[in-house]
Design a protein around this ligand. Structure first.
Ligand SMILES: [Zn+2]
Length: 419
């Protein structure tokens, strides 16, 4: 164990450099830029670490195009036997940088013990931790009984359908061959995520009637009617959601409540175009409702339908259409799963304390591992502070990276067995 930890500490600079190398590849999703370059960078490192590498491409998926190919990477290092097989996964797509950065989001800046960049904690440092957890076992000269796989996948930020879902559909991650999956998403070093809340994305369109803007009383304004709906949500729905609390240990604690976010809204004329005096006859908004296991999807949707119906019945000429965009049911790792106890034992050794078992506020690729691959023995554990994900000046502390890599290495050893 000391040898294993020393090997990881000695590899710190290498790990920082590799993370910075990945951060300089702007794998922004949408649209899914530079995936091939990033998959190949991960693949080269895996090959150098004695993995057999291949690049599963999501052929046939609509988002896999000539300009934005959906290329994943998987490395396999066989131990004495194929099973047990532990699969470490990280997504290498990142959300757009957004405003408010004080460093170059794609510069791979390392400063004051932190690696900065879009995707540093979510989750390119996690990919580094996965690669080097496996590599440390090799460098320490510990023969493995079972086998290790490390994958870098695409599109997690947009649902993971060409990424982990694709690997699961192709049987690359499946109950037939895979015994445990650890997704190295940022979990604040001392937490393990055993699932997540449900997701219901929906679009509401209000339609009115166009008329001259100088005589708005002759038309029906779709934006004003969307305003009515938003106002009802604010006054009635949001307080009701905030009052609901799940028994599932979601972290951070505010995410134990049901939530609703307005992702986007568009109505009437484009505001930066030439304006003509018209009553807006159409308005669309997209909503992100996170529901609790206790609420369930059917009741969640019914509540939205009831709110819209009430608005339509109270406001003359309010017409709306509701369209479901995405539904993800909550997932939960079974109690007593070996992957949880392996990580917990490793954390006690490395960090000197047990892991906090938590559920994630947001969904991640766990759902595909559970539902499509049929591998319930799956969790998220990795370096970085979850609250920094998708924020400006996102970073991962180097110390977090080193500690998490130790925990992962020890847990992998526990799951695959040595000798
Ligand atoms: Zn992530």
């Amino acid at each position: 164990m000391d040898r294993l930890f020393r090997v990881i500490e000695d590899a710190t600079d290498e790990m920082v450099d590799f993370t910075a190398e990945l951060l300089k590849i702007p794998t922004v999703n949408p649209p899914g830029d530079a995936y091939v370059a990033c998959a190949e960078a991960i693949g080269r490192r895996l090959a150098a670490c004695d993995f057999t590498v291949d690049y599963p491409v999501a052929e046939g998926r609509p988002e896999h195009t000539a300009t934005h190919p959906r290329m994943n990477v998987v490395g396999l290092r066989r131990g004495r036997t194929m099973r047990p097989l532990v699969h470490l996964n990280g997504h290498f797509d990142v959300v757009p940088a957004g405003d408010g950065w004080t460093v170059d989001p794609f510069g791979g800046v390392v400063r004051d013990g932190k690696i900065y960049g879009r995707g540093s904690c979510d989750m390119k440092a996690g990919i580094t931790a996965a690669v080097y957890a496996a590599e440390a076992i090799r460098r320490a000269g510990i023969p493995l009984a079972g086998s290790i796989e490390v994958s870098g996948t695409v599109d997690e930020e947009s649902g993971g359908f060409a990424g982990m879902a694709w690997l699961a559909q192709q049987g690359r991650v499946s109950a037939d061959r895979t015994d445990a999956v650890i997704i190295t998403e940022p979990t604040d070093t001392d937490r393990v995520y055993v699932g997540h809340r449900g997701v219901y994305w929906f679009e509401v369109t209000t339609s009115g009637r166009i008329a001259h803007g100088s005589m708005p009383f002759l038309g029906v304004n779709a934006i004003a009617h969307m305003g009515v709906i938003l106002d009802r949500m604010r006054r009635e729905l949001l307080p009701a959601l905030a009052a609901r609390t799940t028994a599932v240990p979601v972290q951070p604690p505010l995410a134990r409540h049901a939530t609703l976010n307005i992702n986007g809204i568009a109505g009437g004329q484009p505001v930066d175009g030439i304006q003509t005096p018209c009553v807006a006859d159409r308005c669309r908004a997209v909503f992100d409702r996170r529901f609790l296991a206790e609420e369930g999807f059917a009741a969640t949707r019914a509540e939205i339908v009831a709110l819209l119906e009430e608005a339509a019945q109270t406001v003359p000429e309010l017409a709306y259409e509701l369209r479901d965009l995405m539904v993800v049911h909550p997932v939960k790792t079974p109690d007593g799963a070996s992957v949880v106890s392996a990580l917990d034992g490793a954390a006690r050794t490395v960090l000197g304390r047990p892991l906090v078992v938590a559920a994630s506020p947001g969904t991640y690729d766990h759902k595909h591992v559970d539902r499509i691959a049929g591998v319930p023995n799956c969790v998220a554990y990795g370096p970085g502070i979850l609250a920094l994900a998708h924020q400006p000046d996102e970073y991962c502390a180097i110390d977090d990276l080193v500690q998490s890599t130790k925990v992962l290495a020890l847990a992998v050893l526990g799951l695959t067995g040595s000798g």
